[in-house]
Write a protein that binds this ligand. Structure first.
Ligand code: PA5
Length: 427
């Protein structure tokens, strides 16, 4: 196993604006991090993710891979039904590693209550062999429950109840909830989400691993990368530990009035990973009137929409570039067939041009007074993505503890549900 799967972190450009402020917070960050390892502190019932990459390896992974193999047989598509932490990690990995899959295509449902998207999916499923992986820790969330009922009806109408049951896998609480009860009654294959792992920290549990394995992604590599990152966390000196440096720097920035973090990338396949990151940080930190607001930009696309604001707008945001050095795609600018003025780019790769766009943007934003950090990966591989997921999980846990909130609950999410259920007349 490769030892270090951390992204490379540079905080110097942010720290130069606040000399000493991040370094001063490293001891508190180290204490918060040690508490995570020792199972102490707010939300300590939900620390199962800390050692999950190692716990999932061995027999649990083999069992999951065997079930994935049989779910894949004859399937053209796998529909993942879930919302929030029950799908965002799966989609993030699937998109980041999209060129490495070799199984049924993944589709997603239950991610909202919009009729057009679900209707389009139903039309796409017409005449195609599909399986359902329904994911809900509570087993009662409205959006996936509604989509699942509609998709289940389609399977039952097409194949009958018994055959439909062979095409459904549930990932849910080990004992409680409507989904667990239905899985038992109908004989669906079911995987448990560990009690001590919350939704947004669950991508490396069966929540993400099962659908990703069915779709043919290297889930073993994903876990190995995450496990190596976990080891690196334990071994690093606090001053050198990128998790602590990232958490300490964003905390120092927040306390100096930088209340929004923009996670920017020049890699077109990281959009869903940014969405996963937004949920992870938004739900973990945004409580008790506190927290950094997580936003995301995809460049160079958004340089032509939000670039102006980033360069020149209100100076209350900081930016973290999530940069991938090589896409592995060899695409170059061909010889000219006319006067488009691009002679200086002839023969150069898109990766090189994109790299220069990144360097130029970074320099411009620094000059514009934006505190900037960079997180760099050499390439998107299963281990590097696993390490990145773990890095962010650990960082938000430390960061939430520095803020003084419980990073593992989400009491605010209940407010809209109460109002919606009242309006829908739920008994
Ligand atoms: O992070 C969380 O806990 C939430 O985003 C949940 O994942 C989301 O609300 C879905 O919940 P459930 O898996 O219970 O359907």
């Amino acid at each position: 196993m490769e030892r270090t799967r951390f992204p490379r972190l540079s905080t110097a450009r942010a720290e130069s604006l606040l000399p000493g402020a991040a370094a001063a917070r490293i001891p508190a960050a180290a204490t918060a991090d040690a508490d995570l390892e020792a199972g102490r502190g707010p939300g300590s019932d939900f620390l199962g993710w800390v050692d999950l990459p190692r716990r999932m390896q061995g027999p649990p992974l083999e069992e999951l891979l065997a079930a994935a193999e049989s779910a894949r047989e004859g399937a053209e598509l796998l529909v993942v039904v879930g919302i929030g932490g029950s799908y965002l990690g799966t989609l993030a990995v699937a998109e980041a590693l999209r060129d490495t899959a070799h199984g049924p295509g993944l589709r997603f449902a239950g991610t909202d209550l919009g009729a057009p998207g679900l209707a389009r999916l139903l039309a796409e499923l017409d005449g195609r062999e599909f399986r359902i992986c329904v994911v809900s820790k509570s087993g009662t969330t409205l959006e996936p429950a509604v989509a699942f009922r509609i998709l289940r009806r389609l399977l039952i109408d097409r194949h009958g109840r018994d055959e439909a049951a062979r095409r459904i896998v549930a990932v849910t609480d080990a004992r409680r909830g409507a989904l667990r009860d239905m899985a038992a009654a109908e004989g669906w294959t079911a995987f448990a989400i560990p009690d001590d792992v919350g939704g947004r920290f669950s991508v490396l549990s069966p929540v993400g691993l099962f659908p990703l394995a069915v779709a043919g992604f290297d889930v073993r590599g994903l876990l190995e990368g995450a496990a190596a990152a976990r080891e690196a966390c334990r071994e690093a000196d606090p001053e050198e530990n990128p998790v602590l440096r990232y958490a300490a720097t964003r905390h120092a920035l927040l306390e100096s009035g930088f209340t929004t973090e923009v996670l920017s990338t020049f890699h077109g396949d990281l959009g869903p990973l940014q969405e996963w990151w937004k949920q992870l940080f938004g739900e973990s930190e945004g409580k008790d009137g506190r927290g950094v607001f997580p936003a995301a930009c995809r460049f160079t696309t958004d340089l032509h929409s939000l670039g102006q604001y980033l360069q020149d707008g209100r100076r209350d945001l900081f930016e973290t570039f999530l940069h991938v050095r090589s896409t592995g795609v060899d695409l170059t600018v061909p010889p000219a067939d006319g006067g488009d003025g691009l002679g200086y780019l002839e023969g150069r790769s898109l990766d090189e041009i994109n790299q220069k766009a990144y360097e130029g943007t970074l320099a411009a934003h620094v000059a514009g007074g934006v505190p900037v950090m960079t997180l760099e990966l050499d390439a998107l591989t299963a281990p590097s993505v696993g390490g990145l997921l773990y890095f962010f999980e650990r960082a938000v846990a430390v960061s939430g503890r520095l803020l003084g909130v419980n990073p593992f609950d989400q009491p605010g999410v209940e407010a809209y549900k109460r109002e919606m259920f009242r309006l829908l007349g739920r008994p």
